[in-house]
Write a protein that binds this ligand. Sequence first.
Ligand code: GLC
Length: 425
Amino acid sequence: MSDPDEAALRTLAGNRRQGESRRPPARYDYTCPSPATYPFQWNWDTAFHAIALSRRDPARARAEVESLLLAQRPSGFVPHMVLWQEELRAQTAAEWPIALDVCGWHTATANPPVLPLAVERLSAAAPDGWLDRVVPSLVRLMTWWRIRRDPDGCGLVRIFQPDEAGLDMSPKYDVVLGIDAADPARIVPRWHEAMRELIAGYATARAAHGPDVDLSRLSRFVWQDVLMNSIVGSSARALARLLRMLGRDDAAAEWDAAASRTTAALLRHCWDDTVGAFFDTYLDAAGQLVHAPVLTASSLFPLILDDLPSEVAARLVDHLTDESEFWLPYPVPSVAASEPSFDATFATGAIFRGSSWVNLNWYLHLGLRLHGYDDVAADLARRTRAMVGRAGLRECYGPYDAAGHGARDFSWSALVLDLAGAGAG
Ligand code: GLC
């Protein structure tokens, strides 16, 4: 058992990447998620790194946020991945099913907008003028989500491929990707095929119209993800608080209203009162919006919304603390232990199919605190830190034994730094 904080600081130090890119001409400074597996800058990873660094090295955290924002388009779009190192681009594009934008240096896909929460965290130590510079970019980012990804104004944003939610291989997407959970050896190969088919199907529209294009009409993968929408709602609220810090009360009120609309829409479209949990909705082959009835950690994510009714929060906490579902020795498994697709040992080699993740725990910890479940939150923080102490900074962990799964020296697991002192040992 090692000290999780020391391990976190070591990984953050080793994974820092600074340099200059020629195309686009820019100086970058960010933390790569994992040197061997994920060398580039990823969107929500950046926000988690900034939060992990916020108390130890806020200047570096600000630089990381600014590096990501260098890739923001005039429409407000911020890409999922920024491939700063030119020499690595071709090989990555060949090996991984990623949707590169025609520019060749960032993807045409989006990613959960965690950034407003990270910037709020950095606001206290920011030099004069920093927030004035950064907050307008966040307004454009969140406006992009509202306009481009909720074109009907139903209150929920949609994604067009699973990696946009960051939960790539979650079994909740199996139904549309043609993955058979009962054939574990085929899950990863089939996922890669399905992703390539999806990306190929979008290529013409993306080449013609860029990353802002509404791909709904192609009806390939139109998905209203609960985790994504919970993050959108929570970040709209964070943006409102940031705007209020800048004295922009009218704009703040608009974002508060947007956050409330997200909560209402999640309750209307995704809440299953019989089960007492939220489920993603997607467009099925018949063109109907239906629930994807797989109980995953994202089913609990509306806990991060401060205006979630307390009786709904209580039912989510019942699931979270149920030892036959999520409350395993090293919670929170990304898929409930009661699901047939649950993979506790990473036997499938597929991510988000059962392992526990520090970023999901960090958010759920926040949600538990928001709704007054301080004891459960403290226990979750303690167990998360113990898990990282046992296996070091891995991408994800076995929920029964804290075995390290996936990539090594994985940066966002440094969020344990932020769970220190949160009732944790
Ligand atoms: C994987 C994860 C994604 C993460 C990326 C880099 O693709 O699914 O959420 O952003 O790795 O860590």
